[in-house]
Write a protein that binds this ligand. Structure first.
Ligand code: WQD
Length: 342
């Protein structure tokens, strides 16, 4: 019989791709989502790709009664992958309480009721933002964790601290925290991808929406950084590679292979690309010309971030396989499909 996995935030960007990977690997998936920043249509998209409809629980993890009852109902699950969270950096600066309330209460309720039901495995959706402005590159898991610039980022740091404390006392809990670098790309079918609410904050959806004519012009935030061409460098990673890393982390937990109750892994490719390099690759890969202009720096941006991925390679037996052209081409295919749907 298939093992049951609870995926919170399974209708979101990274969650939905992970659900597809899990179903394709014969897991029985229960999605918990309040659809606050996602869409029920994603369930149909997942079904279209996999031929299987995941179970869906439309509840809010901030609500302890609802959370308790859903975990009771699915107490035959063997693991929880927790994606459910708000993720817009600028919005979190404007509304810190909303971010702390949502991201931390949903984490606490999830952990409390999964432990109560004896579900001992937990995977957390963390972020490279916990490294702040790194002192050394590439970033290993040994790099110093620093107070992130935004409340959003700080919820990730605090969540990891909650896990550190919890594994000391909850002897059954086994957790893996995955620190993503910059996820982009979409499922190769073009049926699943990122659906930003309103004006995108992140580079890739802004690029695809500009090329699609939804936005007039892309603003490049600063070209006076001490990098190869003056624009900031990031480690962009294909969302399907990320999804596959969750599968590997899950297998490590289920096979009881961890070296310690809480493990932390960087998920990136190890390659850094500048904003201008991404724009040029986009233009080349999609044969389009992008309307962009250089403007002032965006407050809080770090000059260069890229991962040392050797720990994930060694312990999870995982390495990102998809290159930047694949990331860009799939993002564009998704954007074009969305346009045709309307
Ligand atoms: C990348 C580069 C921008 C938009 C953020 C979060 C992080 C993670 C991923 C999210 C930067 C530049 C962007 C634009 C631009 N979590 N840019 N014009 O800031 O590295 O990371 O998203 O859930 O925690 O902080 O990603 O895509 O916003 O920016 O020039 O319109 O693109 O300045 O150099 P970032 P990003």
């Amino acid at each position: 019989m298939s093992q049951k996995i609870i995926v919170t935030g399974g209708c979101g960007y990274i969650g939905s791709h992970t659900v597809v990977t899990l179903i394709s690997n014969n897991y029985d998936v229960v999605i918990i989502d309040n659809l606050s920043n996602s869409n029920k249509k994603t369930l149909e998209r997942i079904t279209k790709i996999t031929g299987t409809s995941p179970h869906f629980e439309h509840i809010d993890l901030k609500n302890p009664e609802q959370t308790k009852s859903v975990f009771k109902k699915h107490n035959d699950a063997v693991a929880v992958i927790h994606f459910a969270a708000y993720k817009a950096v600028a919005e979190s600066v404007e509304k810190p309480l909303m971010y702390y309330r949502n991201n931390l209460l949903s984490l606490i309720n999830t952990l409390e009721f999964q432990i109560e039901e004896g579900i001992s495995n937990f995977i957390f959706s963390s972020s490279a933002t916990v490294y702040g402005a790194p002192e050394t590159l590439p970033i290993t898991e040994e790099n110093k964790v620093q107070r992130p610039f935004s409340p959003y980022g700080n919820t990730k740091k605090i969540a990891e601290e909650v896990l550190e404390d919890l594994v000391k006392t909850s002897s059954n809990l086994a957790a893996i925290s995955l620190r993503y670098f910059n996820p982009i790309g979409a499922h190769k079918s073009g049926f699943l991808g990122e659906l930003p609410n309103g004006i995108p904050n992140n580079l890739m959806p802004y690029i695809t929406q500009t090329a699609a004519g939804i936005r007039k012009e892309l603003q490049v935030f600063g070209n006076d950084y001490p990098t190869k061409d003056g624009t900031p460098v990031r480690d962009y990673i294909h969302v399907v590679d990320l999804a596959e890393a969750h599968l590997k982390a899950l297998q490590r937990l289920l096979n009881k292979e961890q070296d310690k109750p809480l493990e932390v892994y960087n998920l990136g490719t190890g390659n850094g690309y500048s904003v201008l390099e991404i724009i040029k690759s986009f233009e080349r890969t999609t044969n389009t010309t992008l309307n962009y202009k250089i403007v002032d720096r965006r407050p809080g941006d770090v000059e260069t971030l890229y991962a040392d991925t050797s720990l994930a390679e060694k312990k999870l037996n995982w390495k990102a396989k998809r290159d930047i052209d694949d990331m860009i081409a799939s993002s564009w295919k998704w954007e074009e499909n969305l346009k045709n749907e309307q």
